[in-house]
Design a protein around this ligand. Structure first.
Ligand code: ASP
Length: 336
């Protein structure tokens, strides 16, 4: 199933995580996603190899931060920057186009230690939207900036700007053509996200997306809506979603998982299953999923689609990558 390079990376990651677990008893956990949805029959061995490679490279960036005692906020941001720069995912370069053929990007980041959050929506020319979201959190009195204002702010803070065509790939061009010819309906897919617990017990979440392919001009999805596609609270969990954003907004998915844990005492996995299968699934739509980690390092990767690109690593040496449903099961670290 794995290419040689993926196996090597997996091995390096394994050594890294194992060494760390011998050195300290503090735990850390990281989970990433590269979007839910897609058709399993289109997953050629070559494509699978590419996804696994990029997911594991992204994971390694976060693993390095956390295993050296770095904080979860930096880990999730660095991972998402890597994924935004990868043309494979629907975020940054590789993002989908709206119906007018323009890329409009959304991103959010949240610090579970203080409930601070930053988000941007409808960015057209900032290379790494997640960096803009972090700056909104760190350097303004606001949570969400949109469109031209968000772009002007990001540039004033020194972020790299690019022409809108920088985000384009042949694959997304063809996808938009199929939608325009009514051969395909607008659907989610390829959004990226990362959640992490660091050795200080802090939880963070970051998500970045080009949104839904063929979306209307100005459409904003769940990703930059704090509590919908992105949420983190040290008391409960860090959550990053991917899927049909309108449903995620209406169901306040990420916050609902946190609230079910906080107010109803559900475990991370119980809360995640409840929201995805009992609340989202009955609504129809294109579906999707979430990745989440709680304050004890438990992981949830729950989705109602047939695929969700995902990978994870923990300080105890567990690492993994999966794309299809059932390729790995949810891990519970009950001894922690
Ligand atoms: N949730 C994203 C949105 O609706 C799309 C996705 O996850 O692929 O904007």
């Amino acid at each position: 199933m794995f290419k040689k390079s993926s196996l090597l990376l997996l091995l390096t990651l394994g050594i890294l995580t194992h060494l760390h677990s011998q050195e300290a008893d503090k735990i850390w956990t990281i989970v990433i996603h590269g979007g839910a949805g897609g058709t399993p029959s289109n997953l050629t061995p070559e494509r699978r190899g590419q996804y696994e490679k990029h997911l594991l490279e992204a994971l390694e960036i976060g693993t390095k931060v956390l295993s050296k005692g770095g904080n979860s906020l930096d880990a999730v941001q660095k991972v998402v920057i890597y994924m935004e720069n990868s043309p494979l995912f629907n975020a940054g370069r590789g993002a989908v186009k709206n119906i007018d053929g323009i890329h409009e990007l959304d991103a959010a980041i949240m610090d579970g230690s203080n409930l601070k959050a930053g988000a941007v929506a409808g960015l057209r020319d900032i290379k790494n939207p997640i960096m803009a979201a972090r700056l909104v959190m760190d350097s303004t009195a606001h949570v969400l900036l949109i469109g031209e204002g968000a772009s002007a702010f990001a540039k004033s803070m020194g972020l790299e700007s690019v022409d809108n065509s920088y985000f384009s790939t042949k694959q997304r061009e063809e996808q938009l053509n199929r939608i325009k010819e009514s051969k395909e309906t607008p659907h989610p897919g390829g959004t990226v996200g990362c959640v992490a617990l660091d050795i200080y017990g802090n939880l963070s979440a970051a998500t970045s997306t080009g949104g839904m392919s063929g979306k209307k001009w100005g459409r904003v999805g769940d990703v930059p809506v704090i509590g919908a596609g992105t949420y983190a609270n040290n008391k409960t969990a860090a959550v990053s979603g991917t899927g049909h954003g309108e449903l995620w907004i209406r169901r306040v998915v990420a916050y609902d998982i946190s609230a079910l844990m906080e107010y109803r005492g559900l475990s991370l996995i119980e809360a995640s299953n409840e929201v995805i299968f009992n609340k989202i699934s009955p609504m129809g739509g294109s579906g999707g999923g979430i990745i989440a980690v709680d304050a004890k390092g438990n992981i949830a990767m729950v989705f109602n689609t047939s695929m969700m690109h995902r990978a994870w690593a923990t300080s105890s040496g567990e690492i993994g990558v999966g794309i299809l449903k059932g390729e790995e099961s949810i891990i519970k670290k009950s001894s922690l």
